[in-house]
Design a protein around this ligand. Structure first.
Ligand code: SF4
Length: 358
């Protein structure tokens, strides 16, 4: 039997039950989910499914990441709510690809872990599955493992196995609506040009779950805990001097004002920190940065593309400004000159929760 898998949260308990109910069946997991955006999130969910299947001793195959085809299929339905027609097309795509794979492998049955997901319509999945059975001659196995106390046991399995609990269904469109509703920034969908791993980014979660896998392999004791913290994202930053944009590096947790723009001059220099006459902005030169950080950057541009690790940067900020809860803008430039500066910083700070491994 081929079991289409959407994520480990849904598959772990579902596969346990299928194994129990079909003890003589040879099971094969199939991860085909081009609906998951961005690609880093897709990799993270795959990593988790791989870990869960390994624990359950079930072989796993990965389907193609047919993102473009999936986007073409849901075109015009981007703004429809979850459980609407876009989701029907999404189930259709995933199940049809799975039944084709099942046939190719010579399986006579197929099913999907989407059936246990509380936000998915079991009725729609049953209709799609039965239609595919008629079309391809592979039996669709409908199982309702979520009724009764199924949801509760599923939650327990997630905890016991430290699985990754994602907080959105998968696609960009569902996520957009969800974040708009929550009035929350959609930080999953962007990456800094520096490739710095930001707090509570998908890349950081990916690192964390790789670490979990290592701890599991080494049979080390660990626990995944949650922490509340002040998160930060820099959307854009620019410094203009004499009508020219100069290379500048904006430190994490730099905030200026609601307009995201200010202009003025440097009015004081003390201990290698240059104080601006507006909006509490401070400049340091690259030389000062290198002295504090014990680094050897040749230019500010190099720093932009190859910055320090995020935590190192925050520690350095504290070392320079001597204030752990300071949010003033701290900007690194090659040199500070006596001229008019125009500064654009578009950034957000927000309360957030992140996972840590202890
Ligand atoms: S909300 Fe979920 S089920 Fe619906 S289209 Fe997006 S990824 Fe697919």
């Amino acid at each position: 039997m081929l079991v289409h898998i959407c994520c480990a949260v849904d598959s772990h308990y579902f596969l346990e039950k299928i194994k129990e109910e079909y003890p003589d069946e040879k099971l094969v997991g199939y991860f085909y989910d081009p609906n998951i955006h961005p690609y880093s999130e897709y990799r993270l969910r795959y990593l988790d499914v791989e870990y869960s299947c390994k624990k359950l001793n079930i072989p796993l195959l990965e389907g193609a990441y047919n993102l473009e085809e999936w986007l073409k299929k849901v075109k015009g339905m981007e703004h429809l709510p979850e459980k609407g027609d876009r989701c029907t097309v999404c189930y259709d795509d995933r199940l049809e690809n799975s039944v084709i794979k099942a046939k190719e492998l010579g399986c006579d049955k197929f099913t999907t872990t989407l059936l246990i997901s509380p936000k998915k319509s079991q009725e729609k999945l049953a209709i799609i599955g039965d239609n595919l059975t008629k079309k391809y001659g592979v039996d669709f196995i409908f199982k309702d493992y979520r009724s009764g106390n199924g949801g509760e046991i599923q939650g327990l399995r997630v905890k016991e196995n430290s699985l990754y609990r994602q907080n959105y269904c998968g696609c960009l469109f569902g996520l957009t609506a969800q974040r708009e509703n929550q009035k929350k920034i959609m930080d999953e969908m962007f990456n800094p040009i520096s490739n710095q791993i930001l707090p509570e980014s998908i890349e950081q979660r990916l690192e964390l779950y790789k670490k979990r896998n290592r701890f599991e392999d080494e049979k080390k004791e660990y626990k995944i805990i949650k922490q509340k913290f002040l998160n930060y994202r820099l959307m854009s930053g620019k410094v203009i001097v004499n009508k020219e944009v100069i290379p500048s590096y904006v430190f994490a947790y730099s905030v200026i004002n609601n307009k995201g723009f200010t202009n003025g001059k440097v009015e004081l220099e003390k201990d290698e920190i240059f104080y601006f006459n507006r909006d509490e902005i401070k400049f340091i030169t690259l030389k000062t940065f290198n002295n504090f950080a014990k680094t050897n950057y040749k230019s500010t541009k190099e720093l932009i593309y190859k910055p320090l690790d995020f935590c190192e940067e925050v520690k350095l900020r504290y070392e320079i400004l001597k204030n752990p809860y300071d949010l003033s803008a701290l900007i690194v430039v090659d040199e500070v000159i006596d001229s008019k500066y125009e500064i654009f910083i578009n950034s957000v700070t927000y309360e957030d929760i992140k996972e840590e491994i202890v």
